[in-house]
Design a protein around this ligand. Structure first.
Ligand SMILES: Nc1ncnc2c1ncn2[C@@H]1O[C@H](COP(=O)(O)OP(=O)(O)OP(=O)(O)O)[C@@H](O)[C@H]1O
Ligand SMILES: Nc1ncnc2c1ncn2[C@@H]1O[C@H](COP(=O)(O)OP(=O)(O)OP(=O)(O)O)[C@@H](O)[C@H]1O
Length: 522
């Protein structure tokens, strides 16, 4: 179905080959998962399938890309659009209309569907993606996860035979991610759709994948059965990491397989519970918000929230898509809307916020200039921001234009600029989009260090694995209200939705991470 023959590619303004002699074949009705470090070339590879690379990106591509044996360069854009449905990493950038319903209908309109067929499919898509109540809403005002669902829906609506999804679950809450992936895998099973998904949070996709494509920093691609490719990969989800470290054979890919391997250890811990590290004592209050309310015309996004931040504490803000997390962060920061309530303790300039669409903040002509600007604004020694950036995501050429960075690399630049400034209170909105496991580990290191030095940090995120390693406390929101607030170890393991892979494998023993599992064995 999809075949790449000797494909190599380089961007116009760069010497490096981003894809090197790639040969691969994805049979019809299979789901292939694309993995690889931040900035390795996953999006570039996906773009080759529908000719986005090089048609829109520029650059030079050699070799052939064949769909059903036909070279894509000989297909008209319209033919290609009927065959390949593509959802990029930034949903907002891909929208062509202003309102949810119109967006869902747009591609069908272009492809010449009849009005009654369109109507039927729009309704069905609204239901399948759980967005019926958003139908008349402007796309701009939706939460990040709501936008991502609309973007996926607008492509599914016209039932393309090939589906290419670039990080489809990065802004989705765990339930929505599971629903969307189950939906996609049903298309694979029932309709024979061929699907290619790039995803950093592999743990969410692995069980649905027939094969894995690993893109390496040098642009070469390894394609093979999931277990085989992951066993040899430096990037792997927690459960596979645990399996490799414990030499479990066969390597577990699903929670069920993991639980079988862990049965003996689990029985031992049930009889004699392991000693678990205690969370650090909380320091004095740095920010106290009371009865915060934010109202929009159609929704009350934040409905009377009290929240207190303390020195040295990393707090996760969790909750389903549209529950009010981003809105609350902006209200705490002060730049956002606030219809009622008070925020005390936060002095001007002492609260930093890294927004969900972080790359909007980059406006200078090179990464080096962005970093130098951040140093100058915060009166830091020259080089400070660049150093933090290199800690987070190594290998970015400081001379490159921010526009030419991968999504994960852009986010890392914005994170570095805020973190190097070391404000007292740091608010991060979904900071792990596009970041691979090692970048997440680096982020964990930096946040832990800042907390030890007395900063207060809030991370709004759906990434339970990040929360388990980095956050001391979890605040869960639902429909604008705080519905639970407690130490991470009390909130995550008990929840079917928020438990980490390791917590699911060890349940009822509340271990959260691979390291905790290994420590508990001794
Ligand atoms: N238009 C461009 N011009 C020059 N270089 C580019 C351009 N777009 C991307 N690159 C570079 O090509 C490499 C691959 O980018 P790509 O977006 O494919 O990575 P990725 O694996 O999808 O990253 P992420 O995990 O962050 O999504 C990156 O190092 C990036 O800096
Ligand atoms: N500018 C706006 N105008 C109208 N409604 C808005 C606006 N911004 C957000 N909303 C709505 O307020 C609610 C809360 O949105 P918010 O972005 O705070 O959610 P979130 O919890 O951060 O979601 P996600 O996990 O998807 O990022 C949503 O229903 C959203 O559609």
């Amino acid at each position: 179905m999809i075949r790449l023959e000797q494909v190599s590619f380089r961007y116009a303004n760069s010497d490096a080959l981003r894809l090197r002699d790639v040969n691969l074949e994805i049979p019809e009705g299979e789901l292939a998962l694309v993995i690889g470090p931040t900035g390795s070339g996953k999006s570039t590879l996906l773009g080759c399938i529908n000719n986005l690379v090089p048609q829109f990106t520029g650059g030079v591509r050699s070799g052939r890309v064949l769909l059903d044996g036909i070279d894509t360069t000989s297909l008209l854009p319209r033919e290609l659009a009927t065959t390949v449905g593509y959802v990029g990493q930034d949903p907002l950038a891909g929208f062509v209309t202003d309102v949810v319903e119109e967006e869902l209908a747009y591609s069908m309109e272009q492809l010449g569907f009849s009005p009654s067929e369109m109507r039927r499919r729009v309704e069905e898509t609204l239901d399948l993606l759980g967005i019926a109540d958003l139908r008349g809403r402007p796309l701009r005002n939706l939460s990040g996860g709501q936008q991502q669902r609309v973007a996926i829906g607008s492509v599914l609506a016209s039932s393309p035979r090939i589906l290419v999804l670039d990080e489809p679950s990065s802004a989705l809450d765990p339930v929505a991610a599971e629903d969307v992936l189950a939906l996609v895998s049903r298309l694979v099973r029932d309709l024979g759709t061929t699907v290619v998904i790039a995803e950093h949070r592999m743990e969410r996709v692995i069980e649905f994948a027939d094969s894995v494509l690993r893109v390496d920093a040098g642009g070469s691609v390894t394609h093979g059965p999931t277990r085989e490719v992951l066993a040899g990969s430096p990037i792997r989800p927690p459960l596979v990491e645990l399996g490799v470290r414990q030499r479990w054979d066969p390597l577990p890919l699903t929670i069920r397989e993991g639980r079988r391997h862990a049965a003996e250890a689990r029985r031992g811990w049930v009889e004699q519970p392991p000693t678990l590290p205690a969370p650090p004592g909380a320091g004095p209050v740095t920010l106290a918000a009371e009865r915060i309310v934010v109202r929009y015309p159609q929704v009350v996004a934040v409905a009377g929230v009290d929240v207190t931040l303390r020195r040295g504490e990393v707090t996760a803000l969790m909750g389903r898509n549209g529950s009010g997390k981003s809105t609350l962060l902006w209200a705490l920061h002060g730049a956002g809307r606030r219809d009622a309530g008070t925020v005390r303790g936060a002095e001007a300039g002492q609260v930093a916020l890294v927004p969900q669409t972080a790359s909007d903040l980059l406006y200078l002509a090179s990464v080096a200039a962005e970093c130098a600007n951040a140093d100058a604004e915060a009166e830091l020694a020259p080089g400070s921001t660049l150093e933090v950036l290199q800690q987070l995501v190594p290998g970015i050429d400081p001379q490159s234009h921010p526009r030419d960075l991968s999504e994960g690399q852009k986010l890392a630049v914005v994170l570095a600029a805020e973190l190097s400034r070391r404000p007292g209170v740091i608010l991060l909105d979904e900071p792990t989009r596009g970041l691979d496991y090692s970048a997440k580990q680096a982020l964990n290191g930096i946040l832990t260090q800042l907390a030890e030095q007395g900063h207060s940090i809030v991370v709004a995120t759906h990434d339970v694995e990040l929360v388990a390693t980095t956050c001391h406390r979890v605040v869960v929101m639902a429909e604008g209200e705080v519905v639970s607030d407690g130490p991470t170890r009390d909130v995550l393991p008990g929840s079917a939705l928020l438990a980490t892979q390791v917590a699911k494998v060890t349940n009822p023993v509340p271990l959260l991470t691979v390291e905790e599992f290994l420590d508990a064995l001794h």
